[in-house]
Design a protein around this ligand. Structure first.
Ligand code: PXP
Length: 246
């Protein structure tokens, strides 16, 4: 069955530009309002340990200002758990986080971190926060998500995106099959599949065409493209490409 496909827009890099000058422009809240207006289905924001883009106050302001559900990306730390429990966003996506990385480079080792993640997933679920685990499209990680009773997994599409950029079509096709197989396995086990990282106008459609994937979370490219065509057009065009692929 093909589920409707939602678009969550990651607005971290609106905050990156704002923080470059230390003031309050451009405001991620204004971006969230525009995204709501043009048919985005959700707002995604990653509160990093170093607060390099989104900050604590942004989370509160985004939740107050828009009617769209907030998907809070967070590392598996006590600090982030406390913040999530305080704000109670619609969803929390647990991601691996390294201080020195430029972006989230790979999926969470949900299998290796079972004991650390189990109480965290339970507490988030008890607070009615929809938990997702940002993982590689890998059977072992899906098995771990099943053990952890995570209702959602988000597959890291960075490898697929990089293989295409490197001109490795065969490699990208193989990675795409891995993502499709993983989404089918997740669905068979009652887990909803999302996907994201490195998605662009050029590479989104094969991912959007995977019938079990219910949500894409896209940030850097959409905000970058907004510089040239505006945020409204950037989100509208992505939405249209996703719908066409479905
Ligand atoms: N999904 C998750 C879990 C992420 O960590 C990120 C990057 O913050 C994204 C989606 C969006 O990736 P990109 O900015 O490359 O579109």
């Amino acid at each position: 069955m093909t589920a409707p496909l939602r678009l969550g827009v990651n607005i971290d890099h609106v905050a990156t530009i704002r923080n470059a000058r230390g003031g309050d422009h451009p405001d991620p809240v204004r971006a969230a309002e525009i995204i709501a207006h043009v048919g985005g289905d959700g707002i995604t924001a990653h509160l990093r340990e170093d607060r390099r883009h989104i900050r604590d106050a942004d989370i509160e302001r985004i939740m107050a200002a828009t009617s769209l559900p907030l998907n809070l990306e967070m590392a598996a730390t006590e600090e982030m758990l406390a913040i999530a429990l305080r704000h109670r966003p619609h969803a929390a996506c647990i991601v691996p986080e390294k201080r020195e990385e430029r972006t989230t480079e790979g999926g969470l080792d949900a299998a290796g971190l079972h004991n650390q993640l189990a109480p965290m997933v339970t507490r988030l679920r008890e607070a009615n926060i929809r938990v997702s685990l940002f993982i590689e499209p890998d059977t072992r990680q899906i098995d771990a998500a099943i053990q952890l009773k995570a209702p959602v997994v988000e597959f890291h599409t960075g490898k697929y995106a990089h293989l295409l950029l490197d001109g490795d079509r065969e490699g990208a096709e193989a990675e795409l099959r891995r993502i499709a197989d993983a989404a089918a396995l997740a669905a068979k086990n009652g887990i909803e599949s999302h996907a994201g990282h490195g998605l662009t106008f050029d590479n989104v459609q094969p991912i959007a065409a995977i019938p079990q994937i219910a949500e894409l979370n896209i940030g850097h490219y959409l905000i970058g493209e907004a510089i040239f065509i505006g945020l409204e057009e950037s989100v509208r065009k992505m939405r249209m490409l996703m719908d066409m692929a479905r």
